[in-house]
Design a protein around this ligand. Sequence first.
Ligand SMILES: *Cc1c(COP(=O)(O)O)cnc(C)c1O
Length: 426
Amino acid sequence: MNPFPIVAGELYAEEVPLSRIAAEVGTPVYVYSRAALERNATAFRDAVAPLGDPLCAFAVKANPNLAVLRVLAAQGFGADVVSGGELRRARAAGIAADKIVFSGVGKTAAELTLALEERIGQINIESVEEADELSAIAAARGVQAVCALRVNPDVDAGTHDKISTGKADSKFGVPLAEAVEVYDRMATLPGLAPCGVALHIGSQLADLAPLERAFTRLGNLVTRLRQKGHAITRVDLGGGLGIPYRQGEMFPSLADYAAMVARVTRSWDVRLIFEPGRIIVGDAGVLLTRVVRVKRGAANPFVVVDAAMNDLARPAMYGAWHDFMPVRASGARMVANIVGPICETGDTFATGREIDRLESGDLAVFRTAGAYGATMASSYNSRGFVPEVLVDADRFAVVADRIAPDAIMAAERVPDWLSDDAGQAR
Ligand SMILES: *Cc1c(COP(=O)(O)O)cnc(C)c1O
């Protein structure tokens, strides 16, 4: 199944020509394929199904759109959330509270309270300080928080520094060397019901070896905790599996991942939790854009598109590659720098990229934009927020409106004491 096929020379999303979406919704716009979301969700679920009855908790931060979450909820997915806002989204999308896991180093008292009110399945505690605070909040409410301890296994995930989360100097989790001591303490706190351990070492991992090292260390921790009398019933293995962004890149298969997990966890006797994000939504989306103009340049021409770093931050933020292809290929080729309109040089999607020749007004897409795309958008340069569309066979719906710059401006106020002075020289 190709969710973005070329039909009679034109790029489609499932059975809908992208040119039709551009005409009706405008550009730039994110376009997601329901079939691709369901295919990816099913593939993941099926791959890990032999590992007992694991919980697949979609990492909401990868794509928090309500319609996307609804599709995944219908596939039996729970949610890994990292803020109160994500928790509310997961619930609003119909994800059962007991399938929600809450991660993050900076959960506020209000967010921890919300998690208790909603009776979510598990809170992943990331510090001894958080354990104390959560216990106090829960005890004051007369409840016990079902929680796991997130550990930092000190492995180098071999990915971009900004999305590595399991090295010793990372802010996430507690160091393995302190984990037993912290868990001992958690077990004595009146407001906590600790049930296991968790980790997440980073994102866009190209290799299973760091994951295997981390899981092995986690298994050793489970043994030590049990020796101390703790009942460990759950282990959360996080997310992080990488996906190809360039034609021809090779990544570990889900089958290889599941086989590795089976080998490492064989004797653990726990319920496993997975938190996949990117691998579920990444290739299910594209960012559709229109060429504003082609400007001559010193080395290469600049293809200036109407999407920018505020709509898709990954290239500016991580130096990430997104394949770029025209909606209707001209047949001719060009080498170009692909840039957005934003007033900083960081607003560059590609440099010296060989692409199909494009002209002003042509449509094109950045591929594999379903993960960490729209969710990382901003309104920098007073641009609006980019809309999102979900395609289902021959129909589509706008699942997030474009938020116009005027709507953003409407939330701002000029205080009276500034307006009083308007135009008056001082
Ligand atoms: C970001 C994140 C994930 C998902 O990572 P992917 O690389 O998108 O699979 C899972 N768990 C936690 C705690 C995260 O922060």
